[in-house]
Design a protein around this ligand. Structure first.
Ligand code: C2E
Ligand code: MG
Ligand code: MG
Ligand code: MG
Length: 294
């Protein structure tokens, strides 16, 4: 079929071979199917949040990361790595992201009645397009008030892509939220365009080491060197460093040796609905031992 399309493209005398690329047309129709279904799912309340534990060196729960989940009747379960980029390119990320903030605040307020979760922070991922929408800062501050949240318990995870342009305006928007108590983490650190000179300008309190460096930490000396450097950098800038994607006790103990004090990954638990964690942590002193929850 690809050959036919190519022939057709050549015959018509166009240069735009890709216009006839059936693979590409499939992608385009998948995208628009996702977009339509997502819009409906948002209206019908079909998105949910799952929560993944973040722990310290003692295995004490310090926070949870909220991660979007979506199951569509026709399309099946679609992961955020697929639907978030579609939402971002269609502006749907604005209402979807607003829903995530509201839902995260609602859940945080419900954790007040559960001593094992009452003090922890909740991290929420924020897309650049969502962040720069004029309603973003007012929406966050309004939801914090509406649910009477201690703003220190809300952490917003942003990536280096947020700082590609208009860094000064971005920082002043961040500072508005920081003044009301909200914290910021730099997610997927090491995969973007971070320049060390601007890292020190950013009002963030946490660096998240991208999971791609943690994956082969034990076998790949380059990854080990990168992780070591990020930990040293974080320590000298007085940032908390948290390793993402910690899957095994061996990775955990290497990270511990290297001076990393906070961790997130399947080793401590996969993202699960909040009801799972309420049950799981019912009798515990907020301690999660590695592997006990996998
Ligand atoms: P992220 O923010 O870097 O989140 C971490 C991702 O790694 C999650 O994938 C999580 O399930 C996965 N993960 C955690 N521990 C492990 C591990 O030990 N091993 C492996 N292999 N993976 C692990 P998920 O839930 O599929 O989310 C993917 C990405 O989608 C997120 O990456 C984030 O960039 C985006 N995302 C998810 N929810 C939201 C949201 O509410 N808003 C926005 N803007 N983006 C979101
Ligand atoms: Mg994240
Ligand atoms: Mg990440
Ligand atoms: Mg990511």
């Amino acid at each position: 079929a690809a050959d036919l399309a190519l022939a057709a493209a050549k015959e018509s005398g166009r240069n735009s071979v890709s216009f006839f690329d059936p693979q590409m047309q499939l992608q385009v129709s998948r995208r628009s199917a996702l977009e339509t279904a997502m819009r409906r799912a948002l209206q019908d309340g079909l998105f949910t949040l799952h929560f993944q534990p973040q722990v310290d060196s003692q295995g004490c729960l310090i926070g949870m990361e909220a991660l979007l989940r979506w199951h569509d009747e026709q399309l099946g379960t679609v992961g955020p790595d697929e639907f978030i980029p579609v939402a971002e390119s269609s502006a749907l990320i604005v209402p979807l992201g607003a829903w995530v903030i509201t839902e995260a605040c609602r859940i945080l307020s419900s954790w007040r009645d559960h001593p094992q979760l009452a003090q922890i922070s909740l991290s929420v991922n924020i897309s650049p397009r969502q962040f720069h929408h004029p309603d973003f800062v007012p929406h966050v501050t309004h939801q914090l008030k509406a649910f009477a949240i201690n703003a220190h318990q809300l952490e917003l995870e942003v990536t280096e892509s947020l700082f590609i342009d208009d860094i000064d305006n971005t920082i002043s928007l961040m500072n508005e939220l920081i003044n009301s108590g909200v914290m910021f983490a730099l997610d997927d650190f090491g995969t973007g365009y971070a320049s060390l000179s601007y890292l020190k300008k950013l009002p963030i309190s946490r660096l998240k080491i991208d999971q791609s460096f943690v994956r082969d930490l034990l076998d790949d000396p380059n990854d080990e060197a990168i992780v070591r450097t990020i930990i040293a950098l974080g320590n000298s800038l007085e940032l908390q460093v948290i390793a993402e994607g910690v899957e095994t006790p061996a990775q955990l103990s290497r990270l511990q040796e290297m001076g990393c004090r906070f961790y997130q990954g399947y080793c401590f638990g996969k993202p699960m609905p909040d009801s799972h964690w309420l049950l799981m942590l019912r009798d515990s002193q907020t301690v999660l031992s590695p592997m006990s929850t996998v």
